[in-house]
Write a new protein. Structure first.
Length: 273
């Protein structure tokens, strides 16, 4: 395995990809692998790469994938579409350097958690926004993931289901109107012509990001007859990552055997596409 940090923005050294890549010998890949583009959560305030970055990458590496973990714009830099442009630069980079890293460019899957789930979902549903290409200069469609895997994701700005701080940072202010909240609500961007295939997992007892977020998004997929797979586990708090002792940080509530199956379930889903 090779671990390598890659800078994505000349104007911001904090925006990086960390590659976790199988089977490179003298920079010549032996196999073009399916690849996970991992986006940790953190409420658009920080990037929880310790639990929702490297540990996720290692779990997928064990199943034969390559992985890249994104460090993206947060806090006062998170105003839309800055973070989405970061993610677009990242996917475009992986695709452009597919041969170098042993990546199958037609099999790149974005996996995001919590607010990182919102960003992964934005990548899968809003990859074609003109402002992305005006800002980044990447080739049209080079940022489009071949599928999106969202873990306990922030989806909707609707006040009865939302994670307010995430949407406040996307708007760069605290007094966000109902109309503004709808702008970046993922369920409003499900277009049958452009939406990426979807896999979602959540718990029914999540007290930070209600499971209604996952339900609103998959309902729109169902309305549009788009493929998706949804798993709602009966218990577990927000932010459980792998739901085992690798990411529990000493908190027993984060060890959830039922929810820990999501990695295997997502692997089967990817292989079915």
């Amino acid at each position: 395995m090779v671990i390598k940090k890659i800078s994505l923005r000349a104007d911001d050294p904090d925006i990086t990809l960390t590659a976790y890549v199988n089977d490179i010998k003298n920079a010549v890949p032996t196999k073009a692998r399916d690849t996970m583009f991992i986006i940790p959560g953190g409420g658009y305030f920080n990037v929880c790469a310790d639990r929702e970055g490297e540990m996720i990458a290692l779990a997928y590496l064990a199943k034969g994938y390559n992985a890249f973990v994104l460090n993206y714009s947060v806090k006062d830099k998170a105003r839309f579409p800055r973070s989405l442009c970061d993610a677009s630069l990242g996917v475009s980079y992986v695709r452009e350097h597919a041969e170098e890293y042993g990546v199958n460019p037609d099999r790149i899957f974005a996996v995001g958690f919590s607010a990182g789930g919102h960003l992964a979902g934005s990548l899968g549903l809003m990859w074609d926004l003109p402002e992305i290409y005006e800002t980044t200069g990447i080739a049209f469609g080079s940022n489009r993931p071949n599928g999106i895997i969202l873990g306990y994701p922030v989806v909707s700005g609707k006040r009865w289901v939302s994670h307010p701080a995430s949407f406040q940072r996307l708007h760069g202010k605290t007094d966000v109107s109902d109309e503004e909240l709808e702008l970046y609500s993922l369920e409003n961007h499900v277009n049958p012509e452009t939406a990426s295939p979807l896999f979602v997992f959540h718990t029914s007892t999540d007290g930070t990001v209600p499971v209604s977020n996952a339900l609103l998004l998959t309902l729109e997929y169902a309305k549009n007859k788009l493929p998706f797979e949804l798993h709602v586990f009966p218990k577990g708090p927000h932010g459980f990552a792998l739901a085992n002792e690798a990411t529990w940080c000493g908190h027993n509530t984060q060890v959830i055997p039922e929810a820990a199956s999501w990695v295997d379930l997502s692997h089967r889903w990817i292989q079915s596409l």
